[in-house]
Ligand binder design. Structure first.
Ligand SMILES: Nc1ncnc2c1ncn2[C@@H]1O[C@H](COP(=O)(O)OP(=O)(O)OP(=O)(O)O)[C@@H](O)[C@H]1O
Ligand SMILES: [Mg+2]
Length: 240
């Protein structure tokens, strides 16, 4: 029996900002419950890839299938309704809104015992429960990242897309965010696509990795085991 559990299937996308041809033919797929990373240097097109997948900067050609649907031309809000939560690198905490209001705006009822409620977020992330009435924009970088992940979780998504969750965070906070992603996204069966420049974090959270060169070109796909066994692979593919 052929197994085809592709939750996300990106086929040969080409994306531009005006005349600037940024993603020159990228394909990737993510299987159900898989955690996949995209590793690449500054400016190679990682964020643009995520924006293309989300419909924020749609590709000029190629196909993006999510959950079996051809979503290539769908706007972001429609993809969100399909169960895709996107956490941009800037986190986009709504300023002027409290932690609680930020969560409430994203909340969407889920099914089963694994469903996320705002109360469950407070239980699991005490750092947020101590700041319920605080303006989200006044949280520290790490707290904002945790709020952004909490906000993704309460939407009870099938897929979470994270853009550089470790960006700008102190090492200890990176550890905490890594634990949160592993324990509450990956282990609970949410499919994950994460972009990272922090290889250590990527190897901890994802089991398969796309190494991206300039213009979104994938030069290698490797499992965590392969990258751990041979660190030279990352060196060779992502060297400046
Ligand atoms: N809004 C935009 N208009 C024009 N060019 C852009 C825009 N956003 C990004 N670019 C360019 O597209 C290319 C890819 O950018 P992108 O942000 O996708 O890279 P990245 O891999 O996420 O980089 P970083 O590691 O710095 O986050 C870069 O050359 C960048 O300058
Ligand atoms: Mg980026």
């Amino acid at each position: 029996m052929e197994k085809n559990n592709k939750v996300m299937d990106v086929e040969d996308i080409h994306t531009y900002y005006g005349e600037s041809y940024v993603i020159q033919g990228l394909s990737l797929c993510v299987q159900e419950c898989e955690a996949v990373s995209i590793l690449g240097r500054n400016g190679v097109g990682k964020t643009t890839t995520l924006r293309s997948i989300m419909g924020l900067t749609p590709p000029r050609s190629g196909k993006i299938r999510i959950g079996g649907e051809d979503t290539t031309h769908w706007p972001a809000h429609r993809k969100a309704k399909l169960g895709v939560a996107y956490v941009p690198a800037e986190r986009h905490i709504f300023p002027g809104l409290t932690v609680e209001e930020n969560l409430k705006l994203a909340a969407c009822p889920g099914n089963g015992s694994n469903a996320w409620s705002i109360e469950r977020v407070y239980d699991q992330f005490p750092v947020l429960s101590n700041r319920i009435k605080q303006d989200g924009a006044t949280l520290s970088g790490g707290e904002q990242q945790i709020l952004a992940i909490g906000r993704a979780l309460v939407s009870n998504p099938k897929i979470i897309i994270l853009d550089e969750p470790s960006q700008g965070l102190a090492p200890l906070i990176v550890e905490l965010v890594t634990e949160i992603v592993v324990n509450f996204c990956v282990k609970s069966g949410i499919t994950l696509l994460v972009v990272e420049q922090n290889h250590r974090m990527a190897l901890k959270v994802a089991n398969r990795h796309y190494l991206m060169g300039t213009k979104g070109r994938i030069s290698r796909i490797a499992t965590t085991q392969e990258l751990v066994d041979d660190p030279q692979i990352i060196q060779n593919h992502l060297a400046v």
